[in-house]
Design a protein around this ligand. Structure first.
Ligand SMILES: [Zn+2]
Length: 362
């Protein structure tokens, strides 16, 4: 059996041990950069996944933080970079394994997929002799994931679709649920485990995984990035890896009972009337779709009262396109909306510097 270094050992804060990832041993209180070679390009140039291991001076759990399993989902890449700058290995209890880009092929091509057109998050546990996605999944799972006790998997919305910061997790697993709540996004979606996903296969190995979603593919969004960094640090405090702060989270996450995409009823130009985090009433107009001259306009209405957690950002739609993602709650929607607003204010305060920088650039 693998030696699981769980939370129960943290209180004693013994000196840490070395950890070996992909054949590289990292001593306590040290950081190391590891290149996990996963394939070669046509030119025989090796292609590898960049990994940074921060092995704390004191004993504690091993936390994997990974991003870009879908190669075009970039907010997590920046969140991991910021996180690396905020962890002090001399004070850390346990180990952080940081993998900013899992799908290195996808990132190079600015694509969600791999060259064999497979979705990496449907290919776990992978196969040593499979096609390229299967091999990458196999190497990442066996060389990295298996050595970790907990996983935070950072994602964004698709191209032209933006998500309100949210956590998706299997809440029937008590530990997973605890981590999901600690991450502290205003909304948690109790999501079934999908075959072939990192979440599903890691749970089979008793490694709890939460999936974070925030912002849009191929963009850096300061708010979802800051929310991801803060969320990971909150989980690290829960796990005893960082010292607890006195400052309490200003919100209590709310679990969505279900979610539903509202689709375009005709082709045309979309004028959205709502934004992420808005509360919408049943029958409220979410968007107008018309031709370019403004004729044959139709209204897109909310089917029920709920909170907007995802939106299409491209104003060009085909009939059937998913344009607004709404979450439904048992809780009072007004309270959920207040929770979202308080949360966004808090994140904007944390993201202050980056927000100023991005507005200067924009
Ligand atoms: Zn994704």
């Amino acid at each position: 059996m693998r030696n699981r270094r769980g939370r129960e050992h943290v209180a004693r804060a013994k000196p840490n041990q070395s950890i070996t990832i992909s054949g590289v041993s990292v001593a306590p209180g040290q950081r190391a950069v590891i290149d996990l070679e996963v394939a070669q390009l046509y030119t025989h140039t090796p292609l590898s996944i960049p990994i940074e291991v921060i092995n704390g001076a004191k004993e504690g759990p091993v936390l994997l933080v990974n991003a870009a399993i879908h190669g075009d989902e970039l907010n997590g890449v920046e969140a991991v970079r910021q996180l690396l700058g905020r962890i002090d290995e001399s004070r850390l209890k346990g180990t952080v394994v940081a993998v900013p880009v899992v799908n290195v092929f996808g990132l190079i091509h600015k694509s969600r997929y791999l060259p064999d057109r497979r979705d990496l998050n449907r290919c776990f546990p992978g196969s040593e002799r499979g096609s390229i996605a299967g091999r990458l999944a196999y190497q990442f799972f066996n060389q990295v994931v298996k050595h970790c006790n907990y996983v935070i998997d950072l994602h964004t919305g698709a191209i032209h679709r933006s998500n309100l910061p949210q956590i998706r997790a299997n809440l029937s697993n008590e530990t997973t649920s605890e981590i999901a709540h600690a991450f502290g996004t205003p909304i948690i979606i109790d999501a079934v485990l999908r075959d072939g996903s990192l979440r599903a296969i890691a749970e089979e190995h008793s490694i709890p995984v939460i999936t974070y979603e925030g912002g849009e593919a191929l963009r850096f969004d300061p708010i979802p990035i800051a929310a991801a960094v803060e969320g990971v640090m909150r989980v690290m405090r829960l796990l005893g890896m960082l010292r607890k702060t006195r400052k309490k989270s200003p919100i209590t996450p709310v679990i969505a009972r279900s979610t539903s995409w509202v689709r375009a009823e005709q082709n045309g130009i979309l004028r959205s009337q709502v934004t992420l985090g808005d509360r919408v009433d049943k029958g409220q107009v979410l968007a107008f779709i018309s031709d370019p001259l403004g004729r044959s306009e139709v209204e897109v209405k909310a089917p029920r009262e709920g909170i907007v957690i995802g939106i299409q950002t491209l104003p060009l739609v085909n009939e059937g396109d998913a344009i607004v993602h709404i979450a439904f709650f048992y809780a009072e929607n007004r309270l959920v909306q207040e929770t979202v607003e308080t949360y966004i204010d808090e994140v904007m305060e944390q993201a202050g510097e980056e927000l100023v920088m991005s507005s200067m650039l924009g």
